[in-house]
Design a protein around this ligand. Structure first.
Ligand SMILES: C[S@@+](CC[C@H](N)C(=O)[O-])C[C@H]1O[C@@H](n2cnc3c(N)ncnc32)[C@H](O)[C@@H]1O
Length: 378
């Protein structure tokens, strides 16, 4: 089958997580650069990568790459690429761009030139002088880095964080891709107890349940490349059938979600049902300041409020003190906290964090504080 290069894009700090995921899907020949994991694939892998990648933002199809220091270079080499292989005569192809440390600095000009070059190429290929651009979704991106231009078409459409289960969001919900990464970076496995005592709309727990049940995160949505004539619909059907057959229905999951806010708990429950994991998570309205845990072993992953508003400040201190009290002696618990509040480790005194990762929650710089617990006895 025809070979292509796909690029899974990743939020800053998650490149290695995405690389692991790409590898786990069986791809070799991976190249990781800032925000991107490129890999060799076949056409059948476009549906697979879109359906299965949990932490990547999008899957791009690389159409070509070349050095460009003048606008002529950009035009001629873009025009030389086989755009008609992917874009049909009525296809809609908006162009976006970015430029970093490159001679061609004006992004609007680069976009306009790429658009003109693709039009010129398609005019030749289709013998048409004008394109109505009425159907489909073939979003082109020109990305310049140190004078190397890379041209891609987005196969995903909506970002991969849009799983199709979150009709309703609580206050400050995490992106699903980041929530999935928090779980992938933890010691949680489907046999283990997982708790989020400030679960909001339940994103972390829902993503964990999808992982636990081996449910492909993209099963409930569609993708831009699903409508491309260049991809046989049978490839999408086969990938969807394979993903449905791969769901692991065995055993019970132990996943608990609490929040002080009743409305958030209602939203979380409804989202979990929509995601197909309603029976796998037990939600309850509860104040984290009164948290009581019987179990000796478990995994806590949470994204507390960041205490940025004055009203939250006092409450945050009380929550940290309570977490410290509850987990100080529970060495069988691994505790993972994503927060922008740098004073968290001063309050959680069980030990110094085993690892701290810088991650971005949207535009907010946060840290993921990781405290490893003892492994459960067999
Ligand atoms: C940043 S949000 C969590 C968002 C969540 N990760 C999501 O994706 O929807 C923090 C949550 O902590 C909850 N919260 C605040 N104080 C709490 C407390 N004392 N006990 C339990 N939950 C609390 C808030 O209601 C809010 O839903």
């Amino acid at each position: 089958m025809e070979q292509v290069t796909l690029i899974a894009t990743a939020t800053f700090g998650l490149e290695m997580v995405v690389k692991q995921e790409v590898k786990a899907l069986g791809f070799a020949d991976l190249r990781v650069t800032d925000g991107k994991v490129a890999f060799a694939a076949t056409l059948a892998d476009i549906p697979r990568a879109n359906l299965w990648l949990r932490c990547a933002d999008r899957v791009l199809l690389k159409v070509g790459a070349f050095t460009a220091v003048t606008f002529d270079d950009l035009f001629e080499q873009t025009k030389a690429l086989p755009w008609e292989r992917w874009i049909p005569v009525d296809g809609r192809f908006p162009v976006s761009g970015k430029s970093v440390k490159s001679a061609l600095r004006s992004v609007p000009t680069c976009q306009a030139i790429v658009k003109k070059a693709v039009v010129a190429r398609l005019q030749q290929a289709y013998g048409a002088s004008w394109f109505a651009e009425t159907s489909g979704d073939y979003a082109i991106q020109v990305s310049l880095l140190k004078d190397e231009a890379q041209l891609t078409i987005d196969t995903s459409g909506d970002g991969l964080h849009k799983r199709g289960y979150r009709a309703e969001a609580g206050e400050a919900p995490l992106k699903e891709t980041l929530a999935a990464a928090l779980v992938q970076l933890s010691f949680w496995r489907k046999e283990r107890l997982l708790l989020d005592p400030m679960c909001g709309s339940g994103t972390i727990l829902i993503e964990a349940a999808l992982i636990g049940r081996n449910i492909a995160p993209g099963l409930r949505r569609s993708f831009a490349a699903e409508g491309w004539p260049a991809l046989d619909p049978a490839l999408w059907l086969a990938a969807r059938q394979e993903a449905t057959a791969a769901i692991d229905h065995e055993g019970a999951l132990q996943i608990l979600g609490y929040d002080i806010d009743a409305a958030s708990i209602a939203i979380a429950k409804s989202n979990a049902v929509k995601a197909g994991v309603g029976a796998d998570i037990q939600f309850a309205q509860q104040d984290a300041r009164n948290l009581w845990i019987d179990q000796q072993y478990g995994i806590l992953i949470s994204n507390p409020p960041y205490g940025m508003r004055m009203a939250e400040y006092q409450q945050m201190n009380e929550i940290y003190i309570s977490l410290n009290k509850t987990f100080r002696k529970k060495m069988g618990w691994s505790v993972y906290i994503l927060t922008a509040d740098k004073k968290f480790p001063d309050y959680f005194k069980r030990s110094r964090p085993d690892r701290v990762r810088k991650l971005y929650n949207g535009r907010i710089e946060t840290h993921y504080y990781q405290y490893y617990g003892d492994k459960p006895e067999r």
